[in-house]
Structures are given as C-alpha cells and as structure tokens.
Design a protein around this ligand. Structure first.
Ligand code: NAD
Ligand code: UDP
Length: 315
C-alpha cells in the first residue's frame, strides 16, 4: 500500500504530538503544522530525525498550500487559560483555520477530521451527553470563543460535506490528560499534579463538587484513529472515558498517589464552568468497536512520572 501523507495541525501540542507518534509508527508520512502558541518542539523532538516526519511553522488563520491524503485538524488552544488569553484569535483559529483546512481538503480531495469537544454541549442539561444533544451554551460568555468557535467548526465541516462532498469526520473529545501536557497548561489534571509534586496548595475552583470524566491520552488517540479509518461515518462521535469523578475526588487521588504534603485550597469558580460532564460512548462502542482501557489511577501514575521527570529537569 502506498504511504499516506497526513497533515496534523496543532501537531506539536499535547494530543497532536501523540497523534504524530501514532501515525509515524504506522508507517505514514506526517506533516506537523503548528504556530507553537501552546505547543512545543520538545513534544516532537524525537521525531525530527525521522525521514517520514516534517514540521512546518505556520499560523492556521492564514491559508497554506500543501498536498495531503488526510488532515487531522487539532490546532486550537484547549485550556481555558490559553483560549481566553486572546479570545478573538481563538475564534479566528476555529473559524478561519477550519475554513482553510476544509478548502485544502476540498482542493486535494483529502479526508479531514475535526477535533471538536464536549464543550459543544456547554453546561449540559442532559446527562450523560449523547451526540444527539444540541447543548446548552452561553453565546456571550468567557468560554464562548472556544465553545461557539468549535460549534461553528462543526457547522463548517457539515456544510462543506453537504455542499462540496468533502469527506469529513467529527470527533467530540472529552477531558483528556497524560504526558506532554505543558507544565503551565492550566487544566485541572496537570495543575493538580504539578502543585502536588511541588508541595504547593492544590487549587480547587468552587466547592469541587463539579464533575468531569477523564480519558487517558492513548485511549483517545486510538478512538480518533479508528474514526478516521472507518468508512461511511462522518460523526460527530463522542470519545472519552465515561467514569465520572468530582474535582474534589481528583484532588484527593492526586495527593494520595504523589504522597504530597500539599493542602487543598478553594478559589472562585470561573464563570460558566460546567457542573457535570460525562460522555455516552454507545456510538463509539458500536461503530468503532472502541472503549477506553486505562483507568484513572493508572493514567495518573503515568502522568505523574512524566511531570516528575519534567520538573526535575527544570529545577
Ligand atoms: P494543546 O494546547 O496542547 O495543543 C494545541 C496545539 O495547537 C498547540 O500545539 C498550539 O501551538 C497549536 N495552535 C493553536 N493555535 C494555532 C494556530 N492558529 N495555528 C497553528 N497552530 C495553532 O491542546 P490539546 O489538548 O492537544 O488539544 C488539541 C485539540 O484537541 C484542540 O483542537 C482542542 O480543542 C481539542 N480538544 C482537546 C481536549 C483535551 O482534553 N485535551 C478536549 C476537547 C478537545
Ligand atoms: N479546576 C480546578 N482547579 C484548577 C483547574 C481547574 O478546580 O486548578 C476545575 C475547573 O473549574 C473545572 C474542572 O476543574 O471545573 C476542569 O477544568 P479544566 O480547565 O481542566 O477543563 P474544562 O473546564 O474545560 O472541562
């Protein structure tokens, strides 16, 4: 079978870099495109000497001419701290960036997969969330640049599919964690682990009763790869781990696994922070034969090992 050339936007980020690993090890040629806003060359340094791997510094809001058989569109800051840093830019990345990638897919007849998010469900009134749920999203809040940006990206995907016959896939990713999250990423798992390892206070926003369902990165990448490789299924498909925990439970687990002396402190809950979130993964089970394999404690242990190494290098 001839080599596939695969474009991964956001390929130097947390998820994108694991995807690049997976694709290169399957024998494909990978072009990793990134503007290094939240990503880092360190995440793909081990791939740089591989002749099947290329890296392009480019901002997705500007068009680019490339040739590819498949596109994974992962470029977009995912942590609230980073996507709220320049919200207008976040909207541009999701709207102009997705239009640019869909234009490319249309021109070269590539299959394109969009990294969407559980955030399209907003602060959900339906629990757990099925793909058929339309969501409960504030259009004018501080999370809207991301939530609404991703909703427009989904709309664009469907309209290019209906209007131009572009071969699309949409994955709705639920909270995913693991090695290569940045030390300053700002999302809850990396924050708690870094705080625990430094014996600094663990910052719970609000009372800690809000819930999330945490998926380990290897499970996520397998689900995304299967969706890209499955014929006749555009999605959206939820990929996430249906085991739900409160943020307080997560904090306690991280403290116990690290043996940290950190105390737990409570900070104000950010505006529009979803109260609960858990994927219904029936569709992924049925159509992709996929379900997560890595339980939270096991994934946390692997992630803690990663951050221990990272922090010891920078100390
Ligand atoms: P990340 O911040 O580590 O990675 C995002 C990458 O995109 C970074 O390398 C960043 O530099 C790059 N990027 C951002 N804006 C860009 C632009 N305009 N042009 C080119 N590159 C740009 O985040 P992540 O967790 O790896 O998330 C990757 C994708 O998955 C995002 O689209 C995110 O919305 C989606 N997602 C992630 C999660 C999760 O829990 N990790 C959940 C839902 C959706
Ligand atoms: N959170 C927290 N402390 C932190 C970071 C996040 O309590 O240091 C909470 C946050 O308020 C939210 C949950 O953890 O309720 C998940 O936050 P994250 O930013 O990881 O993801 P998202 O809110 O986008 O699901």
């Amino acid at each position: 079978m001839p080599l596939k050339r695969i474009l991964v936007t956001g390929g130097a980020g947390f998820l994108g870099s694991h995807l690049c690993d997976r694709l290169v090890s399957s024998g494909d040629e990978v072009i990793c495109l990134d503007n290094f806003f939240t990503g880092s060359k360190d995440n793909v340094a081990h791939l740089l000497s591989n002749p099947h791997f290329e890296i392009v510094r480019h901002d997705l809001v500007n068009p680019i001419l490339l040739e590819a058989d498949q596109i994974y569109n992962f470029a977009c800051p995912a942590s609230p701290v980073h996507y709220q840093y320049n919200p207008v830019k976040t909207v541009k990345t999701n709207v102009l960036g997705t239009i640019n990638m869909l234009g490319l897919a249309k021109r070269v007849r590539a299959r394109i997969l969009q990294a969407s998010t559980s955030e399209v469900y907003g602060d959900p009134n339906e629990h757990p969330q099925k793909e058929s749920y339309w969501g409960h999203v504030n259009p004018i809040g501080i999370r809207s640049c991301y939530d609404e940006g991703k909703r427009v990206a989904e709309t664009l995907m469907m309209d290019y599919h209906r209007q131009n016959g572009v071969d699309i896939r949409i994955v709705r990713i639920f909270n995913t964690y693991g090695p290569r999250m940045a030390v300053n990423d700002g999302r809850v798992v990396s924050n708690f682990i870094v705080q625990a390892l430094r014996n600094q206070p663990i910052t719970i926003y609000g009372d800690g009763k809000q819930t999330r369902s945490f998926c380990y990165v290897s499970d996520l990448i397998e689900g995304v790869w299967r969706l890209m490789s499955t014929e006749g299924l555009t999605g959206p498909v939820n990929i996430g781990n249906p085991n739900e925990f409160t943020i307080r439970e997560l904090a306690d687990t991280v403290v116990s696994l690290t043996g940290s002396r950190s105390e737990i402190v409570h900070l104000p809950l950010p505006q529009d922070d979803p109260v609960q979130r858990r994927p219904d993964i029936s569709l992924a089970k049925e159509k992709l034969g996929w379900q997560p394999q890595v339980p939270l404690k096991e994934g946390l242990v692997r992630t803690i090992e990663y951050f221990e190494k990272r922090l010891s290098e920078t100390n």
